[in-house]
Design a protein around this ligand. Structure first.
Ligand SMILES: Nc1ncnc2c1ncn2[C@@H]1O[C@H](COP(=O)(O)OP(=O)(O)OP(=O)(O)O)[C@@H](O)[C@H]1O
Ligand SMILES: [Mg+2]
Length: 605
């Protein structure tokens, strides 16, 4: 983030400090949201309230050692992110300072306090401009010439960055004007690529620009999503899909698989760009993610997955206030790539830790707490965050569409979904993937519970599935969900009277539901073959399982015993089909579906 440097400095002093909350006096002209530098180490802080002559500041760094009377400087600017080439493949803290160099040394993930124990790395340390250390250069190819009239959001040209043609934009907050100059060449982030003539003079243009992280970036118009974000995960893509530009929430108690889901989405979803915010989670998980990403290859581009990914890490051992900023930074970066006309997946793990940061800071402010100690504005803050997702026609020419799909994990204490963060998130998200502790204990992964989960966008996505996947997708999906509901009812009866008392038809339904769970819904995230599947393979497997149900019914109708039918070779194959690999899996599954539908012929009588 880069507060403006060139304004006259107003100085105040620290009057009181309590953890991340500092009171300062003498800051005439301060405004809420303004960035300040606190103390001799110039710790980065933000004014969150003004109370008479007292400015209340939330400090993003460890305040130990700060003294009453220490200087506080206004910067005249809100907290801003720098957006431009070099974000991809980088890891930042919540204030957009690069962590990867420290991570390579294996340091920041284990040290308490800031990312580094080296005092030189805190306070003064300024945001790096993406990968733009002062020396990094990119080759800019202009697509416009001097004399052209440009509007906010217009594409000035591109920079090749890994597999991406990174579009360089006229900043959305710049006024329209005429290009006095725009030159191709190799530039650092600090060198002007051109100049814009506007009514009141001229302004230099750069490869990147700043944007206040708490302000949503404007778009031309919003659109309803009509296409899914394809995740490669059967339970999502086939049963509870998320729209491209939609929002999903994953609540789950301790160890139910939230992080594994988020990381699977980061790896396998068909987004152009992934922004992953590790918010208040364990450092070793982020370390694993960092270690694994460079080795993974994007199946679409053949390039390392890291090349389309921005990681933001505020692990549990980092200062709590920066955790609050990390979510805002993540969504701002996501909006920037959306504005280029790209489809972005924003993955936040976990929004509960972010809400806890709000609670902790609210507590220090001695605000009147709301439910379970969370501030009364928890719901509106969450809403402001979720509302920044969506599909949009973005500003500027050439016309283009972009989207942000937001998936937020929630960690309800004790796995109790009635707690405030889960409840508030649930009201905001269109897709609800409820992780079920019983399924996780039974090692059924992903532990997405089918009774609580839902996807509101299903009807809007159905035409896309009909055309792109299979005409019968919606019907098969409904059938699968009915079957799981039926299983639940039948299991209640079995509890009372035992399985033997059930009619054969009901026992067939139970067996088919079991197949659905074991051969279809379970998907091992760490299995190289089954971790992600294309849609045609997913559908063919679902269809084969449902065909097996029909085959079993037909078999017993013709006098085959259920035990004999279950013993059949083709059902055995279906149970193992999850492990199949190769290019022809969908085809083989379709052949298998035909065979299982015809169990009567095969089963010994
Ligand atoms: N799809 C999956 N395939 C295989 N194993 C899984 C899957 N999902 C979760 N697991 C197992 O469950 C464990 C816990 O998962 P994870 O760390 O994602 O849980 P969490 O909900 O994020 O936990 P926490 O509340 O501690 O953050 C994993 O280490 C893994 O062993
Ligand atoms: Mg986790």
């Amino acid at each position: 983030m880069t507060p403006a440097d060139d304004l006259p400095v107003t100085r105040g002093i620290v009057a009181r400090a309590a953890g991340p909350v500092v009171h300062a006096t003498g800051l005439a002209g301060a405004s809420v949201g303004e960035v300040v530098h606190v103390g001799a180490r110039r710790l980065l802080g933000e004014i969150i309230a003004l109370d008479g002559a007292v400015a209340v500041i939330q400090v993003y760094e460890e305040t130990a050692g700060l003294e009453v009377g220490a200087p506080v400087e206004l910067t005249g600017a809100p907290l801003r992110a720098w957006l431009g080439p070099g974000l991809l493949g980088a890891t930042f803290d919540g204030l957009e300072r690069r962590l990867d160099r420290l991570a390579e040394a294996g340091r920041w993930l284990i040290l308490p306090g800031m990312g580094s124990s080296d005092p030189a790395d805190v306070g003064e340390s300024r945001p790096s401009r993406g990968a733009a250390t002062a020396t990094a250069r990119w080759t800019f190819e202009p697509s416009l010439e001097a004399g052209a009239v440009v509007q906010p959001g217009d594409v000035l040209g591109v920079v090749a960055e890994g597999p991406l043609r990174h579009r360089i934009l006229v900043p959305p907050d710049m006024t329209a004007g005429r290009l006095a100059r725009l030159d191709g060449g190799r530039y650092t982030a600090d060198e002007a690529i051109g100049r814009l003539e506007v009514d009141d003079g001229g302004r230099d243009l750069f490869l990147g620009h700043d944007w206040p992280i708490r302000w949503p970036r404007p778009v031309r118009s919003r659109r309803l999503p009509e296409q899914p974000l394809v995740t490669g995960q059967r339970v999502f893509d086939m049963l509870f899909p998320i729209a491209r530009g939609g929002t999903a929430v994953i609540p789950g108690g301790f160890g139910t698989g939230k992080t594994v889901v988020e990381q699977s989405l980061a790896r396998w979803s068909d987004a152009d760009i992934v922004v992953y915010v590790g918010c208040g989670e364990r450092g070793n998980e982020m370390a694993e993610l960092l270690a694994s990403f460079p080795k993974l290859v994007d199946p679409r581009s053949g390039a390392p997955l890291l090349d389309r990914t921005v990681l933001i890490a505020n692990t549990s051992n980092m200062p709590v206030a920066a955790r609050e900023a990390s979510i805002q930074l993540g969504v701002t970066i996501a909006e920037y790539f959306r504005d280029q006309g790209l489809h972005v997946a924003l993955l936040a793990d976990s929004t509960s830790r972010w809400a806890e940061a709000l609670r902790e800071i609210g507590g220090r402010l001695e605000e009147l707490p709301g439910e379970e100690g969370f501030p009364a504005y928890l719901g509106s803050r969450l809403a402001a965050f979720y509302e920044r997702a969506g599909r949009a026609d973005v500003l500027g020419m050439p016309e283009r569409e972009g989207s942000i799909t937001l998936v937020g994990a929630v960690s309800p204490p004790g796995g109790d979904f009635s707690e405030p963060v889960t409840q508030a998130s649930l009201r905001l998200a269109g897709t609800f993937w409820a992780l079920d502790a019983d399924l996780a204990h039974a090692r059924h992964f992903p532990a997405v519970g089918w009774t609580l989960s839902y996807a509101l966008a299903v009807d809007r996505l159905a035409p896309w599935y009909r055309e792109m996947v299979h005409p019968a997708w919606a019907e098969r999906r409904a059938k699968a969900i009915d079957l799981l509901a039926r299983e639940k009812q039948l299991l209640d009866i079995v509890q009372l009277v035992g399985a033997d008392a059930l009619p054969d038809g009901d026992r067939v339904d139970l067996e088919t539901a079991r197949l659905l769970r074991e051969a279809f819904l379970q998907q091992h995230a760490f299995d190289p073959v089954d971790a992600a599947r294309p849609l045609d393979v997913q559908f063919a497997l679902l269809d084969a399982v449902l065909a097996a149900g029909a085959g079993l019914h037909a078999a017993i109708d013709r006098g085959v015993t259920l035990e004999q039918a279950l013993d059949s070779e083709v059902l055995g194959e279906l149970r193992r089909a999850r492990a199949w690999s190769g290019d022809d899996v969908a085809e083989r599954l379709r052949a298998l579906a035909a065979q299982v539908a015809d169990l009567v012929a095969e089963a010994p009588s």
